[in-house]
Design a protein around this ligand. Structure first.
Ligand code: FAD
Length: 592
């Protein structure tokens, strides 16, 4: 079983050399935050991640969780680790100061979250959902709800959940059937939610559920859904958890991965109705919930990155140790000497670095929004965040399947054996393309709301920026080949955008049919952009004689590998996009 080490050098390079972290903090009015503080924070987080959380990854996977008389009992060691996490202030890192947060930059928070995800993704799911719930309450809650719940959730003393899914309402939330009947200053909720992550546990004194439900007179479909806050314990006159509310976990799922993250069936109102409070406007619940969902979608992208890196680290260690070849003098050599093992390791390494770059770029957009000098500037960054979100969730989670698959492949037979640990990363990664909106839903979001919705404007701006990077690269000695490849890829990105805008209205299946390949194409292109920018910066630093020579030259070679092996996938995605949906939809259902 390999240990986990946070890749400081890559994080430092992205934060400081590519994103100019210090300047970004100054622009955002965060005068006391700088790269030195960021390094100290990352070092502390990495200590908790590798020393406390990483060891729980295997034990939690093996033991899973149990449902008993008092609800869900989390895996051994999780409560102690969570206490340490809360006591060290990690829960409040990026939250608003008004409710006790530390208002640290989002890009730094993303770097820290990668550590929790890589160390133990079952653990990190709990804070992920709390952070999203905090965002939604802060954006849509009344002052009373904010003042009552946020300080306890920001500190991590209480955790949050997201209760959307029902047996008949998964991707199609228009079918949500949970009911909310008004009663005095609150509502009584009845219904069942399934697959609720960390829906119950004993780690904290309260759990706060954000629940989609329907008011009695609500219109049918998405326009009739409202959002409610339901806490596990009703609060007493001092705002402390008192009597149990009418909500309980009635079942837990046995599943392929993330065994230590409880996946709960939650029953609301078995004894007359769970007391809940309306969050935001009646019938506008989906809009409010999107605040939480967007946060969680980027969060799943970071989970996929963390798992990819963990899998890469483990495969790298194995490839250096496993002797499976004999030299002419009879001595044996490790499998890392084989070109095909190198190919797999390089794919894992370059994909993971591209994912990390995109995660940081996307998170930095929130800081740039905070730093914006004008409403127009802020709007530009908000639109870019919206554009990135389905790519971060969809492309990274899909690519993490391949990376963790290769991690197992590099282990040979041992990869299939649980004891090694590699199989767990592969199993844990499998959920990433499913929850928080499947890949299909991310594709639809990118082509629908994010591209057709603004006539392709935000995408056009992104493509222009990628084009500008390719132009810059073409001026630098040694980067001409990569510049030409990036130009070619960005040109097909432009053509795919134009094709979509032109053909989307032809028939209703076109945009939906091509959407996932369109999203994957933009993902590979964004990855190429990140790696191209990295190669440019590495060249400048090497030329100036600054920085770690070995790291910078490895960065250039890794970028070259990405350009040779992953960027060309843009071309095949482009071909499938422009093939349209005809052959996808041509068979009758009976012909399957
Ligand atoms: C471990 C785990 C944890 C989860 N945690 C939570 C949680 O905390 N809170 C919560 O509310 N839910 C949670 N979920 C539920 C999860 O978000 C849903 O499973 C997911 O959104 C898919 O819904 P579904 O399972 O009903 O699949 P379906 O919606 O039935 O989808 C089945 C297939 O059809 C495709 N499909 C469906 N609709 C469309 C469409 N319009 N266009 C194209 N393709 C489509 C999907 O892409 C998929 O391939 C969790 C699920 C799991 C397994």
């Amino acid at each position: 079983m390999s240990e986990y080490q946070f890749p400081y050098k890559d994080a430092d390079f992205l934060l400081n050399d590519l994103l100019d972290f210090d300047q970004m903090c100054l622009d955002a009015g965060l005068d006391e935050v700088n790269s030195e503080l960021a390094s100290a924070i990352l070092e502390e987080a990495a200590r908790l991640g590798s020393e406390v959380l990483a060891p729980l990854n295997t034990s939690g996977d093996r033991s899973g969780v149990k449902l008993g008389e008092n609800g869900v009992q989390e895996a051994a060691g999780f409560a102690e680790a969570y206490r340490q996490y809360v006591d060290s202030g990690w829960a409040s890192l990026a939250a608003d100061e008004q409710y006790g947060g530390q208002a640290m930059p989002r890009v730094l928070a993303a770097a820290v979250v990668e550590i929790w995800d890589a160390a133990c993704v079952s653990f990190s799911l709990c804070p992920l959902l709390t952070t999203g719930a905090v965002e939604a309450i802060a954006a849509h809650g009344s002052d009373e709800l904010k003042n009552t719940y946020l300080p306890n959730m920001v500190s991590g003393e209480w955790t949050g959940t997201m209760c959307l899914t029902e047996p008949a309402a998964g991707s199609d939330l228009a079918a949500v059937a949970t009911k909310a009947i008004p009663e005095g200053d609150h509502y009584l909720l009845t219904g069942q939610k399934i697959f609720i992550t960390w829906g119950d546990h004993q780690m904290t004194e309260n759990v706060v559920h954000l629940v989609l439900a329907r008011l009695p007179d609500a219109p049918a479909g998405i326009r009739g859904i409202s959002l409610f806050l339901v806490s596990k314990f009703l609060l007493d006159e001092n705002g402390r958890p008192g009597k149990l509310n009418d909500v309980a976990c009635v079942g837990i799922e046995h599943k392929l991965g993330i065994h230590a993250a409880p996946t709960c069936t939650m029953s609301f109102g078995d004894n007359g109705g769970a007391i809940g409070y309306l969050l935001g406007q009646p019938n506008k619940g989906m809009m409010s919930m999107f605040t939480m969902m967007n946060d969680a979608r980027q969060g799943v992208g970071i989970q996929s990155l963390g798992l990819s890196d963990r899998s890469y680290q483990q495969a790298r260690a194995f490839a250096k140790e496993r002797l499976q070849g004999t030299n002419s003098d009879g001595s044996r050599f490790p499998i890392i000497e084989y070109p095909d093992v190198r190919r797999m390791l390089m794919l894992m390494k370059s994909a993971t670095e591209a994912m990390r770059g995109l995660v940081y770029f996307a998170a930095a957009e929130s800081d740039l929004t905070r730093a914006a000098k004008s409403p127009e500037d802020a709007q530009k960054h908000i639109a870019r965040t919206g554009l990135y979100t389905p790519i971060v969730k969809g492309w990274i989670s899909e690519l993490s399947q391949e990376v963790t698959y290769l991690g197992t492949q590099i282990h040979g037979g041992m990869g299939f054996i649980e004891e090694t640990g590699s199989a767990q990363h592969y199993r844990d990664a499998r959920i990433m393309t499913i929850y928080e909106g499947t890949t299909g839903i991310q594709g639809l979001d990118l082509v629908g709301r994010k591209t057709l919705g603004d006539n392709g404007e935000a995408l056009q701006e992104l493509l222009d920026e990628i084009h500008a990077t390719a132009d810059d690269m073409s001026e630098v000695n040694g980067l001409g080949g990569m510049a030409a490849s990036l130009l070619k890829a960005v040109q097909s990105g432009r053509e795919a955008r134009a094709w979509l805008l032109e053909h989307a209205t032809e028939d209703r299946n076109v945009a939906a049919g091509v959407s996932v390949n369109f999203m994957m194409m933009m993902g590979y292109l964004c990855g190429g952009w990140v790696m191209g920018k990295s190669a440019l910066k590495a060249a400048a630093l090497l030329e100036a004689g600054n920085g770690d020579k070995s790291f910078l030259s490895a960065k250039q070679i890794t970028a070259q590998f990405y350009f040779d092996h992953l960027l060309p996938r843009c071309a095949s995605c482009f071909a499938t996009v422009t093939a349209g949906s005809k052959s996808i939809m041509a068979l009758d259902v009976e012909q399957f």
